[in-house]
Ligand binder design. Structure first.
Ligand code: F6R
Length: 613
């Protein structure tokens, strides 16, 4: 979604802001803009499309001596991605300027009231309404005017504002949309919607909470409550990520780099949390006592998109090993149905960003209904981690490609850890089995490390035959059914090929009608407990002349009798197959999308962190 960067300090502001915005490009956007103060006048550049267009307009601005400014990448919600609708927006005097992420839900009525008072608007955006609303209260005190305006606003926002009459101060505020401040003792102060924008300058950050307003000067920041005006304490956090981690390191795309980072990401998720001798799991950040966990009668897993697929796999693991019934919900559905959630329920939100609006709303609702809430998350200090009772961090490092890869497999690793942890507390698995399962989890990272180049080579031979297909089906059973869904999502989001995932057994209940000699069907067929069943489904496809791709076990001679297009993987503990079988599905999608010339890291219309409903 949209990105915000603001800076006040000793450095020239334009390069700082453009560099920050570049590091937020991965979030997805369709127009961009920058505003800064020079000789006490506001200077503004805005344009449609990518940051490169903006940079091309700003050659001279790079050298501006200005030391205060804000920038924005916009993902259109209200109004098309045009220059007029791009942020920053200014008020009628041209002295006050704003960037905004989120949605002002009552913008229409506010705009009508402002129009009646003589304000005129040059864009279709809800944001321009907000800057005029602030103007309508502004006399001498910008902070007071921002607070008064925000009291009238319904909806979500992260904003950055400055006024040429207060040339040393940025004002930031947030409600349901992430905003983080960057702290540096020498060079000045920063604000951004997401951490990577700050990484070239500082690792010291302060996360704002809903209802916070920050006054930011070169010397630092002070945080107040929007509603009471009283000062509030927000503690500083030091981020472990560094700027190099958010760079491509010689790979063609971030997505490919992140696919290859999976062995390390998974190892980071599990390391220090398993005792290999006893199979015991140690996750102190879970913050739930043994008694609380033992009392859990039902679990709700709540997530969106790829994270929802991780939840679907986890249901198998938790029910099998901890013997607790699990319901899996898409967050946007969870929040609007009549939930049977109470204090006997544990709700687990799975989210790589920790900011997804629907998932966040889901955990707030679950808490209201008395449930304990745990989050599985990759971003330290994100909103969900602050609101949940406990967190299992995945420690996968920054994920820049919009399509989730390493965040997904490390979510799976964290969820398997949790299943074992709960099984231990519930006493549902004996020590011998626990050691065996823990070992399988420890081994999966190194196995993927070894197999990645082998898989890549096998995939390469398929691309020319399949890159220009119009449709694709992915099928799997049991633990691998969610991986079929994930494979289809990966392919469709980055290559724009229409793809669907199905439980293999469902094929004959409808989708089989699609099969003809044009339709590729990728089947996940490891030698596991449902192997024979999936093979029968593949036979049905063969009988109808479908184009079959199989991903199965090395040494399985039957596979080559069904098709020439087989990707072989090693035979490992069945429980770990969903993690291993994800890798070829990701690589196939990646190579097809790259062959089609798609913008793999920033697919059209998508955003990395979906902070609006
Ligand atoms: C797909 C993808 C999305 C996210 C979804 C939830 O590759 O990345 O489907 O999984 O938007 O995001 P998080 O996990 O941040 O809540």
């Amino acid at each position: 979604m949209c990105g915000i960067v603001g800076y006040v300090g000793k450095k020239r502001v334009v390069p700082v802001i453009l560099e920050g915005l570049k590091r937020l490009e991965y979030r997805g956007y369709d127009s961009a803009g920058v505003a800064y103060l020079e000789n006490n006048s506001l200077v503004k550049y805005r344009c449609e499309g990518k940051l490169a267009n903006l940079e091309a307009m700003m050659d001279e601005a790079y050298l501006s001596p200005s030391h205060i400014g804000i920038g924005h990448t916009r993902w259109a919600t209200h109004g098309a991605p045009t220059e007029d609708n791009a942020h920053p927006h200014s008020d009628s005097t041209g002295k006050l300027v704003i960037v905004h992420n989120g949605i002002i839900e009552n913008y229409y009525s506010l705009r009508e009231e402002l129009k009646a008072k003589g304000h005129t608007f040059s864009s279709e955006t809800d944001t321009e309404v907000l800057v005029h609303l602030i103007e309508s209260f502004l006399e001498k005190d910008l902070v007071l005017a921002v607070r008064q305006a925000l009291e009238l606003v319904d909806g979500s926002y992260a904003i950055g504002v400055f006024w040429s009459e207060m040339p040393d101060t940025l004002v930031a505020a947030r409600n349901q949309s992430p905003l983080v401040l960057g702290v540096h003792d020498e060079i000045g102060s920063f604000m951004a919607s997401d951490i990577p924008a700050l990484l070239p300058y500082t690792k010291r950050v302060v996360f704002l909470e809903d209802g916070d307003l920050a006054v930011i000067t070169e010397k630092g920041n002070t945080v107040f409550s929007i509603h009471t005006g009283e000062q509030v304490e927000r503690k500083e956090t030091v981020i472990e990520w560094n700027a190099a981690m958010a760079e491509k390191a010689g790979f063609r795309h971030f997505m490919l780099k992140e696919i290859f980072e999976q062995p390390q990401a998974i190892t980071n998720t599990v390391s220090g949390r398993i005792n290999p001798e006893t199979g015991e799991i140690n996750i102190p950040e879970i913050n739930l006592s043994g008694d609380e966990l033992a009392a859990v009668k039902r679990i709700f897993l709540v997530a969106c998109g790829t994270s929802w697929h991780a939840a679907l796999v986890a249901k198998y693991w938790i029910e099998k090993w901890a013997r607790v019934p699990v319901e899996v919900d898409i967050a946007s559905e969870f929040r609007y149905r009549n939930l049977l959630v109470d204090e006997n329920v544990l709700t687990i939100a799975i989210s790589q960003s920790g900011e997804t609006a629907d998932t966040l709303a889901g955990i707030r609702l679950a808490k209201e209904l008395g449930s304990k809430v745990l989050t599985i998350c990759n971003v330290v200090g994100s909103t969900m981690t602050r609101e949940a009772d406990g967190t299992i961090y995945t420690h996968a490092g920054p994920e820049i490609g919009v399509a989730s890869t390493k965040a997904f497999t490390s979510q799976l690793a964290a969820l398997f850890l949790f299943a074992l942890f709960l099984a231990e507390r519930k006493n549902t698995v004996d020590a011998e089995k626990r050691i065996e399962l823990a070992k399988a989890l420890i081994d999966i990272g190194p196995t993927i490390e070894k197999e990645l180049p082998v898989i890549q080579e096998q995939i390469a031979s398929l691309i020319e035959s399949f890159y220009d297909c119009r449709d694709f089906l992915f099928i799997g059973r049991g633990l691998n059914f969610p991986i079929a869904l994930e494979g289809a999502l990966k392919l469709k989001e980055i290559s724009y090929i229409h793809a669907e995932g199905y439980a293999a057994g469902e094929l004959k209940h409808g989708p089989i009608a699609l099969i003809d000699k044009e339709m590729p069907i990728l089947s996940l067929v490891p030698k596991d407990s449902v192997y024979q069943k999936v093979i029968s489904n593949v036979e049905e496809i063969k009988a109808r002349q479908g184009r079959i791709i199989l991903i199965g076990s090395r040494g399985d001679t039957q596979l080559s009798t069904l098709t020439d297009d087989v990707i072989y993987l090693p035979v490992i503990a069945e429980e770990m197959n969903p993690i291993l079988y994800t890798i070829p599905a990701q690589l196939l999608s990646y190579e097809i999308a790259a062959r089609r010339g798609c913008d793999v890291d920033q697919p059209r219309n998508l955003a990395k962190s979906v902070t609006v409903e």
